[in-house]
Design a protein around this ligand. Structure first.
Ligand SMILES: Nc1ncnc2c1ncn2[C@@H]1O[C@H](COP(=O)(O)OP(=O)(O)OP(=O)(O)O)[C@@H](O)[C@H]1O
Length: 329
């Protein structure tokens, strides 16, 4: 049975509907990411779950109870935002203890729970520090501890890593994943970063223009995108219209052919039918842009070092892993 259910949610903006009849279920203990481009409605959906944004129709249920009209304080939800929003004049321990104090938890238990949670986020030695003395990543861990210490039924994270640098981001990402799984708290994580969603989620909810385009595990969405948008947004697929797929590859089918960049091999060849246009270094992967007749393709290869790079203008032959072709609407 689902733990959280959004049923027929509607949200009207002054000039247009954002959601109309949006449906989503979350299982207890799962970590779900809302993924989509800027403006698709991720934050509004999260805020509706939290009770911070009123909705114009539909129902929200948690553990079988309707909470649609409950104020945020009555929903037992923990939230972490992109900007840390810690109380600057309170110590780290004071910040984490705040919610427990509000709940009337007595001092000895409060102290014990705060220290336990700070240990879990590896900040026990900073209990007496002030937020201003901490790095961005540390402040975000305090915000996480503050949200979790009250044992929320649902944890909502709105782009919590966006303001951090790449290395800290990676570390904190796996820390969040491990922690929420260990505590078994149902979690919704908003991001526009597909890599973050692929690495974090038990399930991804892919959104576009206020609608859910596809839900599934990282593997499912990556390997079986339902449409062009999903194919571009998640897998960086090359898209060939049916006519081009037939003409160039002899592929018969009514839909658009989606080909992942890593499912094409390049071979330098004097008579090669395609030509390298340029490349981008993505760390251990080199992404080539290749012109093949009227089509421009992205091709990913392993980075074998600078001496192995193909210069712009190099003629190449292309080999395709045809069993990885995917037709999309
Ligand atoms: N109170 C409001 N009044 C008018 N328009 C709003 C309001 N709240 C949100 N919107 C609009 O709704 C759309 C969705 O916004 P939302 O912040 O939910 O998107 P998002 O996917 O979280 O984007 P981002 O990643 O940029 O935050 C945007 O076009 C935004 O301008």
């Amino acid at each position: 049975m689902s733990f959280v259910t959004l049923r027929g949610l509607c949200k009207q903006l002054p000039d247009r509907p954002l959601f109309s009849n949006l449906n989503l279920s979350l299982q207890e203990g799962e970590l779900v990411t809302l993924l989509g481009p800027s403006g698709c409605g991720k934050s509004t959906l999260l805020r509706a779950l939290a009770g911070l944004t009123p909705i114009d129709g539909g129902q929200i249920l948690m553990a079988g109870e309707e909470i649609t009209h409950r104020v945020p304080q009555q929903r037992q939800i923990g939230m972490v935002f992109q900007h840390y929003a810690l109380f600057p004049n309170m110590s780290v321990a004071g910040n984490v203890a705040f919610g427990l104090k509000m709940q009337g938890v007595p001092e000895p238990e409060r102290r014990e729970r705060v220290m336990q949670m700070l240990e879990r986020v590896e900040l026990a030695d900073k209990a007496d520090a002030m937020p201003g003395e901490l790095s961005g990543g540390q402040q975000q861990r305090v915000a996480l501890a503050r949200a979790l210490v009250v044992k929320p039924r649902l944890l909502l994270l709105d782009e919590p890593l966006s303001a951090l640098d790449a290395r800290i981001r990676r570390h904190l990402r796996s820390q969040i994943r491990d922690l929420v799984h260990k505590l078994g708290v149902t979690t919704v994580f908003v991001t526009h970063d597909q890599e973050e969603a692929l690495l974090l989620s038990d399930r991804i909810v892919l959104m576009q223009d206020g609608q859910i385009v596809q839900t599934g595990t990282a593997e499912e969405i990556y390997a079986r995108p339902v449409n062009r948008f999903a194919a571009r947004f998640i897998g960086h697929y090359n898209l060939l219209e049916a006519e081009a797929a037939q003409r160039l590859l002899g592929h018969q089918g009514p839909g658009c052919l989606a080909i992942r960049p890593e499912c094409i091999q390049l071979q330098p060849q004097a008579q090669g039918p395609a030509r390298v246009l340029g490349h981008q270094l993505l760390g251990n992967v080199v992404r080539y842009q290749v012109q093949w007749q009227d089509q421009r393709l992205d091709v990913d290869t392993l980075n074998q070092g600078v001496q192995g790079l193909l210069e712009p203008g190099t003629p190449v032959a292309l080999q395709f892993q045809t069993d990885q072709f995917r037709e999309v609407a």
